[in-house]
Design a binder for this molecule. Structure first.
Ligand code: SAH
Ligand code: SF4
Ligand code: F3S
Length: 444
């Protein structure tokens, strides 16, 4: 490969989960530190980092089609780096299939991006999908700027091995970042403008660490420390696993005002037989009991979940149990997916793979159930007063968009700025958002 001129501008395109969004931001900061500039909207970039997701087949196909389409206006190709979970799972295959990719860099190695970039400029392609014991986080530059709502990865990896899922292979074993590093990073984010921080992890509620007094604490201990930061007003966390939902974390929902009344707790299916085949290690009943315990301490909590339709062997009756569970729980939000067989996972070779048209039809029925619950939840909020964290401008003059404590999108017209907490009354509900009136306007 001939050597290339050093890139001046870059763009990071992140797909997949919020942890990839966080990683994408960190790679962007690292590249800026190295002297590159983020390409403006609509401008060609000299370096494009595709930060990929391996969770479903479609996500992977997308990477290869994106690689093929990356051209600049002058017809030349940018330098391409493939990062994220596809890089981890299919690094060598990408190198073989896509000669235009010069760097392949796994999710645990991206602090090595500048070194790999230097190699690429010198004309050498490189792959780094090691999962080193030393933390990449320590090698990253400190945080500077932040939006009103920021992500902070506190835990990575998964030891659960659900039979359909690639995450334990792409992200490795469960690792918690140290307490002190996280508090320091949160302080920087708040100084940089964050009013809300969402703590992220593939199993975020499995986070554990040692606090400043050397005591072992769970996620609630970290949340308590962050709640002490005066300018931080909201704390959230996602994604949680039912088996890691401790009494301490549940109690935190009653005790810590800054912890928002929202819980994303995926269950995947409403059938015990399917849950067992998925190796979820919880039952429908144990999940419902858990929800009862959370609701007992925080009656207004908004619940959210993930669902898979068409897991191998799923019968119509088992699917109906999932719909019944959704109708019973009344989720404020939910994500639903057609089962996608992933190479190397046990479910991919199970008997009883479900036909695509059956999956399509089940997904539609499941999403209708989710929609009913979500709309009902939004309608039930009408008339309530709450605070909205303003995240951006709306399309109409004077309109602002933000989130309620229950993570609903709300819009209002009034005087505000990004990052403001505005007290409102929720006055009308749609399936996906609420309209609000600022209390100041009502009083006037
Ligand atoms: N650790 C989280 C979820 C991570 S992946 C948890 O267990 O809750 C996000 C979601 O993608 C999962 O909850 C699941 O609903 C979905 N998912 C994972 N693997 C999938 C597959 N092979 N096919 C379809 N959906 C999948
Ligand atoms: Fe995947 Fe299961 Fe781990 Fe979630 S808990 S990341 S679904 S293996
Ligand atoms: Fe996708 Fe990796 Fe996240 S597979 S969902 S980007 S952990």
């Amino acid at each position: 490969m001939p050597s290339a001129p050093p890139p001046q501008t870059f763009r990071v395109k992140s797909f997949g989960c919020q942890m990839n969004v966080y990683d994408g931001e960190r790679m962007g900061e690292l590249l800026s530190e190295t002297g590159l500039t983020a390409a403006a909207e609509g401008q060609d970039a000299d370096l494009v980092v595709l930060n990929t997701c391996h969770i479903r087949e479609k996500a992977v196909d997308r990477v290869y089609s994106d690689i093929g389409r990356l051209k600049r206006r002058d017809g030349t190709a940018p330098l391409i780096a493939v990062a994220g979970c596809v890089a981890q799972a299919e690094g060598e295959e990408i190198m073989a299939r896509a000669p235009s990719v010069k760097m392949v860099i796994g999710p645990q190695a991206y602090h090595r991006l500048p070194a790999m970039l230097a190699e690429a400029v010198a004309g050498r392609r490189s792959v780094d999908t090691d999962m080193p014991a030393d933390s990449k986080f320590a090698a990253l530059p400190a945080r500077r700027r932040s939006g009103a709502s920021a992500f902070l990865t506190v835990q990575e990896g998964c030891d659960k091995f659900c039979t359909y899922c690639v995450v334990p292979y792409t992200r490795g074993a469960e690792v918690s970042r140290p307490f002190g590093d996280l508090v320091a990073e949160a302080e920087r984010l708040v100084e940089g403008g964050a009013r809300e921080i969402t703590l992220l992890g593939q199993n975020v509620n499995a986070w554990t660490g040692e606090d400043t007094k050397g005591r072992t604490v769970g996620l609630e201990g970290l949340i308590r420390a962050l709640a002490a930061l005066p300018d931080l007003v909201r704390i959230r966390y996602t994604t949680s696993h039912p088996n890691d939902m401790t009494d301490g974390l549940i109690a935190a929902h009653a005790e810590i005002d800054k912890l928002m009344p929202f819980l994303h707790l995926p269950v995947q299916s409403g059938s015990d037989r399917v849950l067992q085949a998925m190796n979820r290690s919880h039952t429908v009943e144990s999940y419902l009991k858990l929800l009862d315990r959370v609701r007992a301490v925080r009656p207004d909590i908004a619940l959210s979940g993930d669902f898979i339709v068409g897991f191998p062997g799923e019968t119509e009756a088992e699917f109906a149990e999932t719909v019944a569970l959704i109708d019973m729980v009344g989720y404020a939000l939910a994500f639903s997916f057609k089962y996608s067989p992933r190479p190397g996972t046990p479910a991919a070779t199970m008997d009883g793979q479900i036909a695509p048209e059956v999956m399509d039809e089940r997904l539609q029925r499941l999403q209708a159930a989710v929609g009913r619950g979500q709309f009902a939840f939004n309608r039930a909020s009408v008339g309530h007063r709450c605070a909205v964290l303003v995240e951006r401008k709306g399309k109409l003059p004077g309109q602002w968009l933000g989130k309620t404590p229950w993570l609903q999108s709300a819009h209002f017209i009034g005087n505000a700025a990004i990052g403001d907490i505005v007290e409102v009354e929720l006055v009308d509900a749609g399936p996906n958002s609420l309209s609000a009136l600022p209390l100041a306007a009502i009083a006037a």
